[in-house]
Design a protein around this ligand. Structure first.
Ligand code: COA
Length: 567
């Protein structure tokens, strides 16, 4: 079928549906919901069999839904209606939640139901539930709905429902004198990533993000009592919470930044809890099981600032000094890595200098991974990865992916960045030159299966999280078993050959000379793109890489094929 994905933005759920529908053989194109006229034009150009709307912020115009089958992906169970479904589910501490695919009609979220799926809830931020549970359920429900549409046999039925209003700041305002730790966490998680819970510190309005319990710490409810790395600790009536990131909409950098940076004065004299303490704000964690060392790095939004890269490199070097045989780089639950920390760079006094430091810090880590001669290394991706984060993973000897995650292995959307992390070495080596070109030129999200086919990854394991971790552990143990010595010797010999052919430093120098031009050259595209990304400037048109119906080259080819078929 010809499926038009109509979206407010090409977010994680839309990306997942795009790669899966494409892989299922549908002809998929994307249009950003900009205005009625642009949408009508897109529908006229693409002539979809069905329009699927996984992420919209307004109703589909009547002229479109009356004339075309439009399926809305609603992130709530059958009967749930309204714009804040997952927010309410978290605030209400729901045990289960769901996704419903319903047909657009005049009343929002009230049309006939084509498919639905449910899932158990757990304690996590809204963005995490959305990126994982909602996305998995939506992928099943959309596939089922399209099968029903295609078979043409079933008639969807209306369901009873209740519309709930949008969650307002008042619904999740924290009362530090009466809310316990769990209530505070629920409120912050219900609003994380967007819009955050509005709160105040010393009379200053700030938005809270990235909260977790601070076990064993306590103080006067509402008071700031400690800091740990980027986070500040605020006492509740029965404990305390770490708050890792904040947003102050009134300041010169009105986007999410580490809490100690936003509250620099207020946190200056707070006692420091080391980040590697169990009750600190632990971003990096190392554990060992037999011959395998597991290095977890759960960075908020997968953003790898210079400081985080340096901390991770130190932890990696420590892991390499252990007498284990295999090191598994586990990333975080939601993201493995999204490359340089663009918010951190946007807030720097010289974004160009800070970008240069950041890319060098990532490269130091990538180089350490590639040069490791004592261990076999694995990048085990439980969560999505984008831009430099994907190529950092490819620095490892093996790349293992959890089924269902989405990769964005390209830099070009960030103002035509050339990219580094030794991609010019590792990509041709593992994927071959032709696939390397395809991967970096495509500017599109990629499914795990395509990544494995192209050599960007080695294996795909179960999509179910605990099964994935079990499979990683079993396969890592197997690597450390019989044949390890030969495997390590082979790897080191291949590295020595590669080094003789072209030293790693030469790859690094070449890549960085291009990045230097991106950062310091006369073309400001990277700085403009970073500004737009960090300030969440809405796109005013759909890029042709996504709106395939607007790609003249493709339509000429399609027309040619039609004429050939007709003759
Ligand atoms: N630095 C800082 N924040 C980042 C980030 C980065 N490199 N990558 C993602 N984020 C943040 C987003 O701003 C967003 O923040 P929010 O919590 O305020 O909503 C959150 O992480 C989720 O990202 P989002 O873009 O909504 O996720 P997605 O699944 O729709 O898209 C990507 C994933 C990777 C395509 C997209 O995030 C992206 O292009 N990131 C930038 C990658 C990059 O260019 N890195 C620098 C070059 S190495």
């Amino acid at each position: 079928m010809r499926v038009l994905l109509l979206v407010h933005g090409f977010n994680s759920l839309s990306q997942r549906l795009f790669v899966e529908l494409d892989a299922a053989g549908h002809d998929v194109s994307i249009e950003f919901d900009i205005n009625d006229d642009v949408l009508s034009e897109a529908v006229g150009l693409f002539k979809p069999d069905v329009i699927v709307a996984p992420f919209l912020k307004r109703a589909i115009p009547e002229t479109v839904w009356r004339n075309h089958l439009c399926l809305i992906v609603h992130p709530g169970p059958v009967g749930d209606r309204g714009p804040s479904s997952v927010d309410w589910a978290i605030l209400d501490d729901a045990d289960t939640w769901g996704v419903t695919v319903l047909q657009a009609e005049a009343e929002m979220d009230a049309g006939p139901v084509w498919a639905s799926a449910t899932f158990p809830m757990h304690h996590a931020a809204k963005s995490s539930i959305y990126r994982n549970e909602v996305t998995d359920a939506a992928s099943c429900a959309v596939a089922e709905a399209l099968e029903r549409v295609q078979s043409g046999t079933s008639v969807p039925a209306h369901a009873e429902g209740i519309a709930r209003a949008a969650v307002k700041q008042a619904d999740r305002a924290i009362d530090w004198t009466s809310d316990d730790t769990q209530a505070v966490l629920r409120k912050i998680r219900s609003a994380d990533g967007v819009p955050g819970v509005k709160d105040s510190v010393g009379g200053r309005a700030i938005y809270l993000h990235d909260a977790r319990a601070a076990d064993g710490l306590s103080g006067e409810p509402g008071a700031l009592i400690a800091k740990s790395g980027p986070a500040v600790c605020r006492a509740t009536i029965d404990g305390a919470v770490w708050i890792g990131h904040l947003r102050d909409p009134e300041c010169a950098t009105p986007f999410k930044l580490p809490a100690v940076r936003v509250l620099a004065d207020e946190s200056a004299d707070l006692p420091e809890v080391p980040m590697d303490r169990e009750n600190g704000y632990q971003e990096i964690r190392y554990e060992e099981d037999g011959d395998v060392g597991y290095l977890h790095f759960d960075f908020y939004n997968g953003a790898m600032s210079t400081a985080r890269c340096r901390r991770l490199l130190a932890a990696y070097e420590k892991a390499c000094a252990r007498s284990t045989k295999v090191i598994a780089l586990m990333g975080g639950l939601d993201f493995w890595s999204n490359g340089m920390d663009l918010n951190d760079l946007e807030a720097a006094s010289s974004a160009a200098d800070a970008s240069w430091e950041n890319i060098n810090a990532i490269d130091d880590l990538a180089e350490a991974i590639i040069r490791t001669d004592s261990h076999v290394t694995i990048a085990a991706l439980q969560g999505n990865a984008g831009a430099g984060g994907v190529f950092l993973a490819r620095a490892a000897d093996r790349v293992w992916l959890r089924d269902g995650i989405v990769l964005n292995p390209h830099y070009k959307d960030m103002g035509n960045l050339y990219g580094s992390e030794f991609w010019t070495y590792s990509l041709p080596k593992h994927a071959g030159p032709e696939n390397a070109r395809r991967i970096t030129e495509a500017r599109l999200p990629m499914s795990v299966h395509e990544a494995a086919e192209l050599g960007l990854a080695n294996s795909v394991f179960s999509g179910e999280r605990s099964a994935f971790l079990r499979e990683v552990a079993a396969q890592a143990d197997a690597l450390a078993g019989d044949g390890f010595r030969e495997m390590l010797a082979e790897k080191n010999a291949a590295r020595a050959d590669d080094e003789a052919a072209k030293p790693l430093t030469a790859y690094r120098d070449d890549e960085l000379s291009r990045m230097r031009r991106n950062f310091f050259g006369f073309d400001p595209s990277y700085h403009v793109a970073r500004y737009n990304f960090v300030h969440k400037i809405i796109k005013s048109r759909t890029p042709v890489t996504l709106a395939r119906h607007r790609d003249r080259r493709r339509s000429v080819i399609a027309k040619g094929e039609q004429m050939r078929d007709a003759s």
